[in-house]
Design a protein around this ligand. Structure first.
Ligand code: ASP
Length: 337
């Protein structure tokens, strides 16, 4: 695909070469994200970071990514604080905000809202999550993480065994990830969820159509024993009709040290799009795994910055100019990576 000036709304826009291109540029971003080098390549550019639904990682990492490329960030974090609360249409909001920005990142609780917003926007829009539908940058950072983690064990995405656990019905990170997996070959996908929270059949059909083996179960032990990747998710309680309904599913799958030690192969990588629900009754991914070297959740979040920098650099067409606008940092930088 041609990235320059384009919206990123759905993972269906990507083929394997596009994904590889994003990963290649993400690799180039490492010294910048690690604060070894700074670049001013986006000096003067403005990101409209519009989050009309809660977010920590996605919002902050998109903002950091833009700052790391030298650009400025303007942010709205609540519907209440914007004119949408006064009945303004997405069309009007998009026309207005795109006049103030070079690129917009948007999250909204309604499926299809970001796509609708993008139609009216006068600058490129990146979908940071539209309801239970899609979360393309999360899928890219997840796949990038999977590729890197598997490579350390001599494995590839083609031929891997992945187990997706939890709320597969409403989890948009899962929905985007499984669609991307259809571009790869010979994957065994185990789906572990309560029957009511199963992955919608259109995604299962797409996985099978691409030749992958799909196994469905509601028993954790069935899916985690022979897996290269465990992808744990939280119950998306904000998508349920009532808290009581969501509570029925909380804590039914708890991945913890005992379960991992008893059932998983020694190198099984543990991932989660985060936030993990650490409340006692939920605890989808227990803190007692924090010291396990196969816990990749914070490598995932670090990789999110690289992927989001890569998307901005590609869309705003500065990949070839970055190093020309760079210099070594002149402050103390903690060795975090
Ligand atoms: N942060 C991810 C999302 O926005 C996953 C989650 O919220 O559970 O979809």
């Amino acid at each position: 695909m041609d990235f320059v000036g384009n919206h990123i709304l759905s993972v269906s826009q990507f083929d394997r070469d596009d994904i590889e291109r994003v990963f290649e540029v993400a690799d180039m971003m490492r010294p910048y994200a690690h604060r070894e080098v700074v670049t001013r390549v986006l000096e003067g550019a403005i990101l409209g970071n519009m989050f009309f639904e809660p977010s920590t990682r996605t919002r902050v990492s998109f903002g950091c990514a833009f700052n790391l490329l030298g650009g400025e960030v303007r942010e709205t974090t609540e519907v209440r604080a914007s004119s949408l609360a006064k009945g303004e249409s997405l069309f009007d909001t998009a026309r207005v905000l795109s006049g103030y920005s070079d690129v917009i990142v948007m999250r909204h609780e309604l499926e299809g809202s970001v796509q609708q917003f993008a139609k009216a926007s006068r600058c490129p829009v990146l979908n940071a999550g539209d309801g239970a539908n899609e979360h393309p940058s999360q899928a890219l950072l997840d796949l990038y993480t999977i590729k890197r983690e598997l490579a350390t064990h001599g494995k590839t995405i083609d031929g891997m065994r992945i187990t997706l656990i939890g709320d597969l019905k409403y989890g948009r990170a899962v929905h985007s990830l499984v669609q991307m997996l259809t571009l790869y070959s010979n994957i065994r996908v185990s789906l572990i969820s309560a029957p009511e929270l199963a992955l919608p059949s259109r995604y299962i059909d797409a996985l099978r159509l691409s030749g992958h083996e799909v196994i469905e179960s509601d028993r954790l032990e069935d899916g985690i024993a022979q897996a290269d990747i465990l992808y744990v998710t939280r119950t998306q309680e904000e998508r349920f009709g009532s808290q009581a309904e969501a509570d029925k599913y909380k804590g039914i799958y708890k991945v913890n040290r005992n379960i991992y030690t008893e059932f998983c192969e020694p190198n099984t990588v543990i991932m989660h799009p985060l936030p993990r629900d650490s409340r006692e009754n939920a605890s989808d991914l227990d803190a007692d795994l924090n010291e396990n070297p196969n816990l990749a959740i914070f490598r995932q979040t670090d990789n999110g910055v690289l992927i989001r920098m890569a998307l901005f650099a590609l869309i705003l067409d500065v990949v070839g100019q970055i190093s020309r606008h760079s210099r070594k940092v002149n402050w103390y930088t903690a060795k975090r990576f």
